[in-house]
Design a protein around this ligand. Structure first.
Ligand code: ADP
Ligand code: MG
Ligand code: MG
Length: 250
């Protein structure tokens, strides 16, 4: 589904990603962990096509297509979804209108007719129930005045609406209390199918108690320096990152 080869990327002329190699297959859940400032958010931003980042070397294919050649919109239409570490507020744009535009744009890209108002509201209701999103939130402006937990839940709702092939959750757990964490994780798990994949980026093991990864990577100084099974997340929780730095001869 996703194949990243020797990816290098810079921001403001400073190289942050220094040769990332990563393959994600259909149905897999990967966790990317690593100390602050390692380049985790940079990697997710580069994958979705954030214009501030410059790819200087390497390739990324997504579903057989050259991802880096696609516009950010088309990456999303192709089924890539990023849940941001810091969701933006869009005052004056209601959730209903925002999601309706997003869903119908995606349908247009796939050559499908737009949903009627009643079809759309039915879809909203179905997906809202999955993530236990309050109907009142759905009628407000996007993320405006939402609590940290509500914003995160809202993102999982957007994910449910768009049915992405690959979801990247960047520190979806930061700022979540334990109940919100559980609801977000359960939402992600309910949306999971054998055809969809997920990259969970997190500092802590906590989220991985709920979203079980198949493979765990450590990103450090712009490179993936270790890859193992779910036990690696537990070891990091226990021992921190210093032993990995030692292994690297630091
Ligand atoms: P992580 O998500 O792993 O905490 P980031 O990808 O956010 O790491 O950051 C990686 C590195 O890139 C850090 O050293 C950070 O200071 C640097 N960085 C991020 N954004 C910018 C920017 N706009 N200009 C310069 N450096 C940046
Ligand atoms: Mg960070
Ligand atoms: Mg980050």
């Amino acid at each position: 589904m996703l194949e990243i080869k020797d990816l290098h990327a810079s921001i403001n002329g400073k190289e942050i990603l220094k040769g990332i190699n990563l393959t994600v297959k259909e149905g897999e859940v990967h966790a990317i962990m690593g100390p602050n400032g390692s380049g985790k958010s940079t990697l997710s931003n580069v994958l979705v096509g954030h214009p501030a980042y410059e790819v200087t070397k390497g390739s990324v294919t997504f579903g057989g297509k050259d991802l880096l050649a696609l516009s950010p919109e088309d990456r999303s239409h192709e089924g890539l979804f990023l849940s941001f570490q810091y969701p933006v507020e869009i005052p004056g744009v209601s959730m209903v209108n925002f999601m309706r535009a997003a869903v119908n744009e995606q349908r247009k890209y796939k050559g499908l007719p737009a949903l009627t108002a009643s079809e759309f509201l039915k879809l909203m209701r179905q997906k809202r129930e999955i993530v236990e999103l309050d109907s009142k939130l759905a009628n407000r402006s996007v993320n405006e005045g939402f609590s940290g937990g509500e914003k995160k839940r809202n993102e999982i709702f957007q994910m449910a609406m768009l049915e992405p092939k690959l979801s990247i959750l960047d520190e979806t757990d930061s700022g979540l209390d334990i109940d919100a964490l559980r609801i977000v994780a359960e939402g992600v798990n309910k949306l999971k199918t054998p055809q969809t994949s997920c990259i969970v980026i997190t500092h802590y093991q906590r989220l991985l108690d709920y979203i079980k990864p198949d493979i765990v990577h450590v990103l450090y100084k712009g490179r993936i320096v270790k890859t193992a099974g779910p036990e690696l997340a537990l070891e990091l929780e226990e021992r921190g990152y210093d032993w990995i730095k030692k292994e690297l001869g630091e």
